[in-house]
Design a protein around this ligand. Structure first.
Ligand SMILES: Nc1ncnc2c1ncn2[C@@H]1O[C@H](COP(=O)(O)OP(=O)(O)O)[C@@H](O)[C@H]1O
Ligand SMILES: [Mg+2]
Length: 623
């Protein structure tokens, strides 16, 4: 006896519903998308008990006549596509014709709709797939669909619904996505009779973002646009100081549809490389417009994923557009001062709460030159630095440096700099004529007076950025200038490492390193790049070989070179804890003016924190 039976249509729908209707938020998404496809300019979403009790979506769209209203809840019914050809050119949000049927199979529905040309409205009621009533009704043009008691006949699925607050969070997220994608629409979200959002179609993107998220976010966005190769991109990019620990705040829209795409996420991450710490995620709103036939949306039941026919092109267009803007923008961090001002200022106490006694070493500093200036430490470190700044209190002198010997390091730099015109080194006489007020504190930070306040610079991070820029400029044009070592330095090498050296001979040569076999499993460094004079040759070569042998394998050549330059800059840069002469500081500050992206070290940590006079005046209650 055969075991296999054909399921009845209601069962089929219930099973299909599992694909699109996961939770209340999925219902809200599908209903809102239908309203948009119906040409609505105003949508009101009203929720009770996190959607567990009721979800109602009203619109002023084209509506449905009695015949269509009856059909809409049947499986595989749609007005949006007719033949398979239409699948290649989908301009609507929906097209699969299953959402209403799926929703109707797992809840109680009441739908009222009135089409433009109809004399009156009609109402249909469905209870878990069974039509119970169709009748004339009275209503304005448009559609209202109410969904009650989701999954009430499916206890197993009902049990998986979370608390009203959690479900409401998911609904709110769907609402946010759609209202960002369609910013010209009036949209309202109500929960338990309380208005959560009332958005007007007249507001700007920034206003909408401020209402949906916060004004802090909307005020820290940089906008950019590009229109090339058939792809139009408009982006609002969060500055590094509002970055997040996950990528939930990356909103990508393709022709008005919210999507998640790994190529695009990667392009965003790459665009922020060196601008943001590697474990942070930028906030970004990306609106992409391109021909519908250049991608397929028919790959995922909830249509959140698409397949691009030319994913590389999308990736490179986005990366190019974002990166160019980010590199061309000054992204210094503005200091956040404590909100409660101290009424009396006692210079012997710290300017903010924190465990470190006054004048102690700054938190997180390591002698290896890496400075642990991360989100959590940031305000602590700023207050430390500020407190120290005021404690010393001696007026910041105008540094008049006339002809003192420039330290070893900078004279070597000058030799290297003479070769090219991309950077300029200052002679002692020139330095003497520069009027800059600065001070080195804790042998790690430079405090410099600016026109409207002062800045604190992390000397290692800034120098790292400067070296990185110099190295990449030079190497782009030619090979790095090198100096022969008086006594070659030798290092032991495994066979695998020797292979990696041979394979990358050209690259090593371009770096200005002469690395030659010097006996069995021994190589000697005979020449070393002048620009890296601050690094130990042997130490650098060791790390370079490690990189070429394992981590760098499989990286494309550009990326590999970038990794190497990052490492080189870090190793050769001035360290935290290193006392600098006035002329070195002057040189550092002058270099800072000339390079791109001076606000961030190549790893993305900030190099500079700004304090404005108005911040100070507020803190000291002078205004
Ligand atoms: N709010 C609405 N206003 C007008 N027509 C609607 C609305 N909601 C649904 N419809 C009609 O019902 C059809 C079925 O909807 P749905 O099951 O979501 O499938 P799809 O959106 O994929 O076409 C739609 O194609 C549309 O014609
Ligand atoms: Mg639909």
């Amino acid at each position: 006896m055969g075991q296999i039976v054909v399921l009845d249509q209601n069962m089929i729908n219930m099973i299909a519903a599992g694909e699109v209707i996961e939770r209340p938020a999925s219902v809200v998404k599908e209903l809102m998308e239908n309203s948009i496809d119906a040409g609505a300019t105003k949508i009101t979403v009203s929720i009770e008990d996190g959607g567990r009790k009721l979800m109602s979506v009203s619109d002023n769209g084209c509506g449905m006549d009695a015949e269509d209203l009856a059909k809409a809840f049947e499986p595989h019914t749609t007005s949006k596509i007719k033949t398979s050809k239409d699948l290649h050119n989908i301009s609507t949000l929906g097209f699969r014709g299953e959402a209403l049927a799926s929703i109707a199979s797992v809840a109680q529905i009441k739908a009222v709709s009135r089409a433009k040309e109809s004399a009156g409205a009609n109402c249909v009621e469905i209870d878990c797939g069974n039509k119970i009533n169709t009748s004339p009704a009275s209503a304005d043009l448009g559609t209202t669909i109410q969904v009650r008691d989701l999954f009430y006949k499916l206890p197993a699925r009902r049990k998986f619904l979370r608390t009203a607050n959690t479900e409401m969070e998911h609904i709110t997220e769907q609402f946010k996505r759609i209202s960002l994608a369609k910013k010209n629409l009036d949209m309202t979200l109500i929960h338990n009779n309380r208005e959560v959002y009332r958005l007007s179609g007249k507001e700007s993107f920034r206003q909408r973002i401020a209402e949906l998220f916060s004004s802090e976010i909307s005020e820290n966005l940089i906008d950019t646009e590009s229109d090339e190769k058939g792809i139009h991109i408009f982006a609002l990019l969060g500055t590094p100081n509002i970055s997040k620990t996950n990528n939930k705040f990356q909103y990508v829209f393709l022709n008005g549809r919210f999507i998640r795409d790994k190529f695009i996420s990667h392009a965003i991450k790459e665009a922020y490389r060196g601008i943001l710490e590697p474990d942070r995620f930028p906030i970004a709103f990306l609106f992409i417009q391109m021909p519908y036939e250049d991608y397929d949306v028919n790959v995922h039941p909830t249509k959140i994923e698409v397949r691009f026919y030319n994913a590389n092109l999308i990736h490179s267009q986005i990366l190019g557009c974002l990166r160019e803007k980010l590199l061309g923008t000054e992204l210094n961090i503005h200091a956040k001062l404590p909100t409660t001002a101290h009424t009396s200022f006692d210079p012997s106490t710290q300017l903010g709460a924190g465990p470190a006694p006054f004048g102690s070493e700054p938190q997180g500093q390591r002698q290896d030159g890496k400075y642990g200036l991360r989100a959590g430490h940031r305000s602590q470190t700023i207050t430390d630095a500020m407190a120290e700044f005021f404690r010393r209190h001696k007026p910041i002198q105008t540094q008049q440096q006339t002809g003192s010997a420039i330290m070893d390091y900078y004279s070597r730099q000058q030799t290297a700099d003479k070769q090219t015109t991309d950077t300029q080194a200052y002679s002692p006489a020139q330095i003497g004529s520069l009027e800059t007020k600065f001070l080195q504190i804790h042998d790690s930070y430079i405090v410099e007076q600016t026109d409207d306040g002062f800045i604190i610079i992390d000397q290692h991070a800034l120098h790292e950025r400067i070296l990185y820029e110099k190295l990449s400029n030079r190497i782009r044009n030619s090979k790095l200038e090198s100096q022969r070592l008086l006594i070659p330095e030798s290092l032991e090498i495994t066979d695998a490492e020797a292979d990696a050296i041979k394979k990358n001979a050209e690259l090593i040569d371009k770096l200005g390193i002469e690395l030659v076999p010097f006996g069995p499993r021994v190589y000697a460094i005979q020449a070393f790049p002048t620009l890296l004079a601050g690094a130990e040759a042997i130490d650098f070569a060791r790390d370079l070989i490690d990189l070429l042998t394992d981590k760098g394998v499989g990286l494309d050549p550009d990326r590999l070179l970038d990794e190497i330059l990052n490492m080189a800059a870090c190793k050769a840069a001035i360290k935290a804890g290193q006392r600098l002469s006035d002329s070195e500081i002057t040189q550092l500050l002058a270099d800072r003016q000339r390079i791109e992206c001076a606000g961030r070290c190549p790893h993305g940590r900030p190099t500079t924190i700004k304090f404005s006079l108005s911040d100070l005046e507020k803190q000291f209650k002078r205004t």
